[in-house]
Design a protein around this ligand. Structure first.
Ligand code: AMP
Length: 223
């Protein structure tokens, strides 16, 4: 049996982790596990705990390691993750990276690699401040670089409703970049020491970056 592809996609907020994970899901059937998406779903509930979490996310603050590790650990036991998965946005701190190694060892599974998508800050800020998505199917767009073919209509599902993330504003992006440097950077050297790190340049087009990632994973992008 082929070894399931289990990877971490890492890099600064806005580097394209979510977009590339969605492509890997569509073309290779890998389960896309976005901790940011899980947290946003939880934060959309009408409870005091959810509202507190929403306020923290809107400021670009991290959720606690305990909460995140627990969430990921139970999620990867689910049926749709058995063929392989992409961790998008996790681990984001060194304790989370160490906990991930422990969880995988306990479950007797391993990571193929950790792919870092490298993009300079000025590109990150431009991408994040201009991005939005279809409210119905989640297809991503950008004010300057990726407009729908017909203005105001989603190319994929025809919906006319779009959303922007509450944390995609300048102040929060700057906080998120500071947190990335301070808290997430150490995870990258951690994975490098384990010999798992692969770095791809994410400044080109979505297709360009996808080609590099699919090649690393030995997957055929044309399927
Ligand atoms: P993302 O969708 O990955 O950009 O995540 C959105 C927000 O969710 C981040 O800015 C953090 O506030 C929070 N978040 C996502 N993943 C994690 C994580 N692994 N640990 C802590 N906070 C997280």
């Amino acid at each position: 049996m082929k070894r399931p592809i289990r990877i971490v996609l890492t890099g600064a907020p806005g580097c394209g982790k979510g977009t590339q994970a969605r492509l890997l899901h569509e073309k290779a059937g890998l389960c896309h596990l976005s901790t940011g998406e899980m947290l946003r779903q939880f934060a959309s509930k009408n409870t005091p705990l959810a509202q507190n979490l929403k306020a923290a996310l809107d400021r670009g603050e991290f959720a606690t390691d305990e909460m995140i590790v627990e969430m990921v650990s139970s999620r990867i036991d689910e049926e749709d993750c058995q063929k392989g998965f992409i961790l998008d946005g996790f681990p984001r701190t060194l304790p989370q990276a160490i906990a991930l190694e422990e969880i995988l060892t306990q479950k007797n599974i391993d990571l193929i690699c950790v792919i870092k998508i490298q993009v300079p800050d000025e590109v990150i800020i431009d991408r994040i401040l201009g991005r939005y998505a279809c409210a119905k199917c989640g297809q991503g767009y950008h004010d300057k670089h990726l407009k729908p073919k017909i203005s105001g209509v989603c190319d994929i599902c025809g919906s006319t409703e779009f959303i922007r993330r509450a944390d995609d504003n300048r102040q929060t992006v700057e906080n998120r970049l500071v947190n990335y440097r301070k808290l997430t950077y150490p995870t990258i050297s951690y994975f490098e020491k384990l010999g798992l790190l692969r770095t791809v340049d994410g400044t080109g087009s979505i297709e360009n970056t996808a080609h590099k990632i699919f090649e690393i994973l030995g997957l055929d992008i044309s399927k």
